[in-house]
Ligand binder design. Structure first.
Ligand code: OGA
Ligand code: NI
Length: 365
């Protein structure tokens, strides 16, 4: 995505977690061990949590001007306001496609390290293989290998980073990303409708939308109580679509009422979440909720994550529809390209990146 100056970044040695796991399965280097407060110890609330994130039936949304559509739109509105996350079933995307992208991603991560390192992520950049969002030697590391690629518009692509192995990777990704782009466009239309807005409002506003994919591979970890798979963060996108690998562990958790709630995978469903862009546009009505990933003692986990965001050129700020005397403006106007640059040059740290746009008033501080 947006290029980042890499000059003064000293990140030190970053262990590849898959290699670590192979050579010394029980080792957890100091840089992965979280401070007490960040450790994913299971609280009673998490253990007892019986609520799952909401489920949206996409086939109900397709039903035109009917009661079913209205019911599903109300569910969507409640999900975006109260959870910021939902799972989408009956999305109509061919299951064979889900399998083929999962296989391509998994086969890539299983390649020898030197093959994957042909596509290494340069320090300070976020495309390629490695760990993104690492900016200093004393920053804690995530128990995860990432492989990220910019997809649309084409100028954000770096063809040198598209792997030649596995052979099916590029084709699978092209087809998959076209389908997911359409899903994002449709979901944004329904999200607009759920807000009482013109259905094309986001499409018209976003210009040529930016789309990127990040594949995350979390190997098993002998001490899941000490490490995090992925640091807490909100997504800098408008919408994020996450596909979880089959038979993987439960790993994604979202922060709700100060408790980490696990997202239990539904086979063949997508997990969709509201990103920072929609939070800003709706002046906080729809929330970009903080989330993280944890690891598992025996099982690995794969996720394939698509980020859909406005063109870098556009200016964003809360829409007038969401402002009145009871709802003062919480975010300033800014250029989305600048926000993206800020996002990718900051470490993942809860919802901190959104401070970039926050207007600090006495009541919200
Ligand atoms: C992400 C993300 C969660 C997961 O990539 O932004 O939140 O479960 N991933 O991999
Ligand atoms: Ni995320």
């Amino acid at each position: 995505m947006a290029p980042v100056p890499i000059s003064q970044i000293e990140v030190g040695h970053i262990d590849d977690v898959q290699e670590l796991r192979k050579s010394i399965p029980a080792a957890i280097p100091e840089r992965f061990i979280r401070d007490m407060a960040e450790r994913p110890t299971l609280t009673m609330e998490t253990l007892l949590s019986s609520t799952d994130i909401p489920v949206i039936d996409f086939s109900q949304l397709l039903k035109g001007k009917t009661d079913e559509l209205q019911r599903e739109l109300s569910k969507l509105a409640a999900s975006c306001e109260e959870w910021g996350f939902f799972q989408v079933i009956n999305h109509g995307i061919d299951l064979g496609l889900l399998e083929s992208i999962e296989k391509a991603a998994m086969d890539f991560f299983m390649l020898p390290l030197e093959e994957k390192q042909k596509y290494a992520m340069a320090p300070g950049t976020i495309q390629g293989y490695g760990q993104a969002f690492v900016f200093s030697e004393d920053q804690k590391l995530d128990w995860c290998n990432m492989f990220a690629l910019g997809l649309e518009p084409h100028f954000i692509r770096n063809p040198k980073l598209w792997p030649t192995k596995p052979a099916e990777f590029s084709d699978a990704l092209e087809v998959y990303s076209r389908e997911i782009r359409e899903l994002c466009q449709n979901m944004l239309r329904y999200i607009a409708m759920s807000l009482g807005l013109n259905e094309d409002v986001f499409e018209n506003m976003f210009g040529e939308a930016v789309q990127a994919v990040r594949m995350n591979y979390y190997p098993p970890c002998s001490r899941p109580d000490l490490v995090l798979g992925l640091s807490p963060h909100s997504d800098g996108s408008a919408l994020t679509v996450l596909q979880q690998g089959r038979d993987g562990s439960v790993g994604l958790q979202i922060l709700r009422h100060n408790t980490w709630v696990p997202v239990r995978p539904i086979p063949n469903a997508f997990v969709i979440n509201i990103g920072d862009t929609i939070e800003v546009l709706t002046n906080g009505k729809y929330k970009s909720v903080e989330h993280r990933a944890v690891t598992h003692k025996e099982k690995d986990r794969l996720s394939i994550v698509t980020f859909y965001a406005p063109s870098y050129e556009i200016e964003l700020g809360p829409m007038p529809e969401f402002l009145d005397e009871n709802n003062p403006c919480k975010y300033r106007r800014y250029n989305h390209g600048e926000y993206s640059r800020h996002y990718v040059t900051s470490k993942l740290e809860g919802k901190k990146t959104l401070d970039f746009a926050k207007i600090h008033t006495h009541s919200s501080s």
